[in-house]
Each structure stands twice: as structure tokens, then as C-alpha cells.
Design a protein around this ligand. Structure first.
Ligand code: GLC
Ligand code: MG
Length: 450
């Protein structure tokens, strides 16, 4: 599976299709993706009013436990690459398979964010950025946004709500007079973007779906998620389910009332942000919709979603709860846990030191509640299981830990084997190996725990 990328680079003719397929193979998606979630970030996936990131972490656990291995995650944001990357450092966002940035004007694939140059070429048609700048200068009400947000196919401003309607009308007229194919989008009651006519989040999604179709990889279902004006287009793409999160902006709700209120495939959730996305997955019956974070005791969590991804999510959730004293500290609890770890199993710490898995469990026992009342959050990203034989899996993932203000990440590899003939009886952990993710390493090597 790790061979996909180099091959891609050797075959420029089919580069983009291969990149798409590459994304899926890396995500473990060999057939059609079961679900493609296409989500806006600010105030949709990310709730800026929730400093604990509660609903985002709920979504993350649901995605990694149930969808990562057979589905596609697409972020579609108004942010430029620069401030998108900034957000990823600030919030516990998962790694998307595809990133659409700058209001559908930039598409990038995979973790290394390889740009889609075909899309760039397409947007160049009849787009004259200089002319847009010249014309917009005539409107003193338009306050230019920061330099980072001015992109090759996006010219962005701020404008107050009460002036927006009039200015949009007059600006459209003057751009039309100049023969430009453009599009003006107003979002969040404050931001105004001028884009090429063929750009926008909806057009970018339609383009991605078309590409997937060419490869015979159309997702079984697609769910678009948004909260503001630039997301409206996502909901107009044919055959797409849509969720406007409960906290959606006025301009999106108005668009819905005027254009889509009879479409049963679009809902206005009663839950905010990522919780609204989970709600929509349930509402449209798109697949499992119980986040492992909402399951207090995992003994209750059987057996339709037994897969290596779920096993990993479940363990780290227990680990977080254990250290926060949110589960009971009982002997049976630890003994039960030990049963899942092979007596000869070894854990290799990022420092290179090895310890038996049973020693690590014992060490964990003595750390019960050491993070109680403090900020301590653990989440996993990019969980990718590879089945090695009928009963063995190698699972690679990023394990993130936020403790107070410090955030670390370990690239982790685990070898699991099924207890019974298949995975329905659960897994035994046989081996674990961690290395620091570059730039996210820890200084404190006394932390021996997983
Ligand atoms: C994001 C972008 C901004 C854009 C807005 C609305 O906030 O940073 O440039 O205007 O989205 O699309
Ligand atoms: Mg938003």
C-alpha cells in the first residue's frame, strides 16, 4: 500500500486519477467508497465556541472506528492553505483524504497535499484576476482581507451585511460589462469572495465526483456538511445528502428557504457543528452513527463493528478515561485488559527502549487518575489496517495526545490477531512500535504509556 505514491509520480499522464485512487488505497478503500463526507471546517467540523472540541472528538472516533478503512473524508474550506494548516495545528482535526481550499479553487490529494493542476487549468479559463482587482477597487466599502487569503482564483474582502446586497449588485454589473465569467459569494455575514464562474465548493465537489465516476469509484453515498453562504453550492450537487448544522448562518438558511426546502435529502440539524454531522449520518441511515465516545462501557459495544480500527479507537479511549479516572479502577477491569495482550508481546517506545506489553499495562495501572481534572485528550488519525493473513493485521495510525497545552504525536504500528476464527471474538495485541511524528515529538521520555 505504501508503493502507491512513487508509482503515481512516474505516470504523469494519469497522475490525477491515480492520485484519487491512491488516496483511496491509502485509506484502504479498494472498492467504491461507502461514504464520502464533504465538510466545511469553521463552525461546521470545528466549533470555535467549544474549547474542549467535544463534538469534533466524537466525530473523529466515529470516523476512525467505522469509516476510515472504506470511506473518504473531504474537507472543503474557505481557508487558504496557509490558514488551513494553522487550524490543523490548533484543533484535533483528522487528516482528510482530499482537501478543497480557498472556496473550491484549490484541490489537493493525500497527506502530502498534491495539488490538482487540471483544476487550476480549468479555472484559468476566462479569468482575469487583475481586472477583478481593478473593478473591486472602485468600491470603498470592500475591505481587502489579509494577503494569505488572496489566491490565484480568489479575491476576498470584508463587507458589512447592510451594504453587501447593493455592492454585490453593482460589482456584478461592472464585471459583466468587462466580459468576465465570475462568481460572487457572501459568507458568514461578513466575507465576500470573487471567484471564477466555474469555481466554488459545489463545482469542486461535482468535479471530484466526476473523476471518481471515471474510475468506477463513485461513493455509495455522499454527505455535504456546512454552515454558511459558501457551502450552499455543496447542497445543489445532484445525488448528495446535505446537512446544515444547527448553528447555520442566516444567509445559508435563506438560500435553503428559497431553493431547497422541498428537498428531503437536505436537513437542518438540531445539533451544532460535528454533532450535526453525526446526527445526519443517522438521519439518512448512511452507516454507523454511534461514536465510541458516546459508549460508556465497551462491553456494551458488540459485535457489528468489530474491526481493527474500532479496536484501536476503543483502546485509546479507555486509556484517556483511565488516566482521567473516568472509568472505575477495579481489578477485573485491568485483568480483562491484560487478557487482550499477548504475554510475549513487546512495546517499543519512541526512545527505542523495549518493554513487555504486560509491563506496560502494569505501568498504566499505577497512572490511574493522574490526569484527573486536567486537560487530557487522546485521539487517533489515519488508522489503516492491512490484513496479513486470515487472522493477523498490521495497523498503522497516528496517536495524538493533548496534555494541558502540550500536544504530541506518535506514529504507531500494532500487530493484532483475532482471538477466534474471525474477528468477531475480538483481538489480541501482539506487538506495538512507536516513533515520534516529526515536529510533534515529546521531551518527556518518562511517559512510557502507549
Ligand atoms: C474563509 C476564508 C476567507 C473567505 C471566507 C468565506 O474564512 O479565509 O478568505 O472569504 O472563508 O468564504
Ligand atoms: Mg463555515
Amino acid at each position: 500500500m505504501f508503493l502507491v505514491k512513487p508509482q503515481l509520480i512516474l505516470q504523469p499522464k494519469h497522475l490525477l486519477s491515480k492520485l484519487l485512487i491512491g488516496c483511496m488505497i491509502m485509506a484502504g478503500v479498494n472498492s467504491c467508497p461507502r461514504l464520502m463526507v464533504v465538510s466545511d471546517l469553521d463552525l461546521t467540523m470545528v466549533d470555535h465556541y467549544d474549547s474542549e472540541n467535544h463534538s469534533l472528538l466524537r466525530f473523529n472516533a466515529l470516523w476512525e472506528a467505522n469509516y476510515r478503512h472504506n470511506s473518504l473524508l473531504v474537507f472543503s474550506t474557505g481557508r487558504s492553505p496557509a490558514i488551513y494548516k494553522q487550524l490543523r495545528k490548533e484543533k484535533p482535526l483528522l487528516s482528510p483524504d482530499i482537501t478543497v481550499m480557498s472556496v473550491g479553487t484549490e484541490i489537493a490529494y493525500g497527506e502530502s497535499m498534491v495539488p490538482d493542476n487540471d483544476w487550476v487549468e480549468f479555472l484559468n479559463q476566462n479569468w482575469d484576476r487583475n481586472m477583478v482587482i481593478e473593478e473591486t477597487r472602485k468600491f470603498p466599502e470592500l475591505i481587502p482581507q489579509s494577503e494569505t487569503e488572496q489566491r490565484p482564483h480568489k479575491v476576498s474582502f470584508y463587507i458589512e451585511k447592510d451594504k453587501a446586497g447593493e455592492v454585490i449588485k453593482a460589482l456584478s454589473e461592472s464585471l459583466e460589462k468587462n466580459g468576465l465569467d465570475f462568481k460572487i459569494i457572501y459568507s458568514g455575514g461578513i466575507a465576500l469572495d470573487v471567484l471564477p464562474h466555474g469555481a466554488g465548493k459545489g463545482q469542486a465537489l461535482a468535479y471530484l465526483l466526476k473523476r471518481l465516476k471515471t474510475e468506477g469509484k463513485v461513493p455509495d453515498n455522499t454527505l455535504a456538511c456546512g454552515d454558511s453562504g459558501n457551502d450552499a453550492e455543496l447542497f445543489s450537487v445532484p445525488e448528495v445528502y446535505g446537512v446544515m448544522v444547527s448553528n447555520a448562518q442566516e444567509e445559508l438558511l435563506q438560500w435553503y428557504a428559497e431553493n431547497a426546502k422541498n428537498n428531503p435529502n437536505i436537513i437542518h440539524a438540531t445539533e451544532r457543528c460535528a454533532a450535526g454531522i453525526i446526527q445526519a449520518i443517522g438521519h439518512f441511515s448512511l452507516g454507523p452513527n454511534t461514536s465510541p465516545r458516546d459508549v460508556p462501557h465497551f462491553s456494551e459495544c458488540k459485535p457489528d463493528n468489530v474491526n481493527p480500527g474500532h479496536e484501536i479507537v476503543k483502546f485509546y479511549l479507555f486509556y484517556e478515561r483511565w488516566r482521567c479516572a473516568e472509568v472505575e479502577d477495579t481489578d477485573p477491569c485491568m485483568e480483562n485488559l491484560k487478557v487482550d495482550y499477548h504475554p510475549a508481546g513487546v512495546f517499543v517506545h519512541p526512545s527505542g527502549v523495549e518493554r513487555s506489553l504486560h509491563d506496560c499495562i502494569n505501568a498504566m495501572r499505577s497512572c490511574y487518575g493522574d490526569k484527573q481534572g486536567r486537560k487530557f485528550q487522546v485521539w487517533v488519525d489515519r488508522v489503516s489496517p492491512v490484513q496479513m493473513s486470515s487472522d493477523t493485521w498490521i495497523v498503522k495510525f497516528d496517536k495524538w495526545e493533548l496534555s494541558g497545552d502540550e500536544r504530541h504525536c506518535c506514529i504507531t504500528t500494532v500487530v493484532l490477531s483475532s482471538k477466534g476464527a474471525d474477528a468477531s471474538d475480538g483481538f489480541t495485541w501482539r506487538h506495538m512500535h512507536q516513533t515520534w511524528l516529526e515536529g510533534w515529538g515529546g521531551k518527556d521520555h518518562s511517559n512510557w504509556l502507549f
